[in-house]
Design a binder for this molecule. Structure first.
Ligand SMILES: [Zn+2]
Length: 326
């Protein structure tokens, strides 16, 4: 009897230890999951033919991406090929982007208009005109052309326009591509290029560093908003552009994100996150993050938008620059 009791006691002790161990393993797995962050890099307004010409028919950004070894999605404006007289060379540039194995090519319309401003018919023509060469080049590279991104992320002036164009895109086997984080790189690059042009190397460096810091702050901010509003992490989609700033500083941003445990994933992988099937509650021309579009409560959305980190130094410098140009 005593033996049996003792045996049972030992047995239940073992069971308890096993239970505790399992619980510990589960908890650490959950913790690891909570810490797991991922992001797809997307680059809009490709190709930058001015930069290509200025750099002796070479794309510095493409070269840097070659060495980064991560998946990238690009959104193309074919109209860019005619922004200078080097059409044939520009076509080669576009082809070299599309042929890279790590690159997913997408359509970003022909000449980058705001859908809400030009209406359905004109915008539909922009979609079709914007895929003529790209479709041939993607097929030649053994790829599919499956993604579209609205210029300015403006999906139409109201819900009817949004539904109509989304339907058109679906019929043409396009996925409308969202984003979660962007950091106004288009603004930083103007200040950056001006500083470089004036030979102010240190100032240019400071602008580049501010871009990286501000982007990281925004990643942190949106992770926080997402965990509060959705309750779990979401696969991020970062939006930036083909410009001089990213040629020099996207690799820095990528390194910093790696240090924060971000994993770099393809656009398709990011979009497989169920968050991207959530309903959208915003209809209109503004191009803000999908994190805000998933919010039903308009007041909450607005107050969060007001709380978004701002880099005032850069905003003020940009305002001074554009005033000077007028
Ligand atoms: Zn764009």
């Amino acid at each position: 009897m005593d033996d049996r009791t003792a045996g049972a006691g030992t047995h239940s002790g073992q069971a308890m230890r096993k239970y505790l161990l399992t619980a510990l393993v589960c908890m650490s797995a959950l913790y690891a999951y909570a810490q797991e962050r991922s992001v797809a890099i997307t680059i809009d307004d490709v190709p930058n033919v001015h930069l290509y010409a200025a750099d002796g028919n070479s794309s510095g950004l493409l070269k840097r991406l070659d060495s980064l070894n991560l998946p990238v999605a690009i959104f193309i404006n074919e109209g860019h090929l005619k922004q200078n007289t080097a059409f044939e060379l520009n076509k080669k540039l576009l082809e070299s982007w599309i042929s890279r194995p790590y690159i997913t090519a997408g359509n970003h319309s022909y000449s980058h208009p705001n859908y809400g401003e030009i209406g359905f018919d004109a915008f539909r023509d922009e979609v079709l005109k914007g895929e003529e060469l790209t479709r041939k080049m993607t097929e030649k590279a053994g790829k599919k052309l499956s993604y579209f991104r609205f210029p300015f992320n403006g999906m139409g002036k109201d819900s009817a326009e949004q539904v109509r164009m989304t339907q058109f895109l679906t019929e043409h086997h396009y996925v409308s591509t969202p984003f979660t984080v962007e950091s106004e790189d288009w603004l930083y690059t103007q200040l950056y290029e001006k500083a470089l042009k004036e030979g102010k190397k240190e100032e240019a460096q400071a602008i580049g560093n501010r871009y990286v810091e501000h982007s990281l702050r925004l990643f942190g901010y949106f992770e926080g908003v997402i965990s509060k509003s959705i309750g779990k992490s979401v696969r991020q989609i970062y939006l930036c552009h083909d410009n001089r700033l990213n040629t020099d500083y996207l690799p820095v941003l990528v390194q910093k994100l790696k240090e924060q445990n971000y994993k770099f994933i393809s656009l398709a992988d990011a979009l497989s996150d169920p968050a991207y099937s959530l309903p959208l509650y915003y209809y209109g021309n503004f191009g803000f993050s999908w994190v805000y579009r998933w919010m039903k409560d308009v007041d909450k959305r607005r107050s969060l938008m007001r709380a978004e980190p701002v880099d005032m130094e850069t905003q003020n410098a940009y305002e001074a620059l554009t005033k000077g140009k007028k």
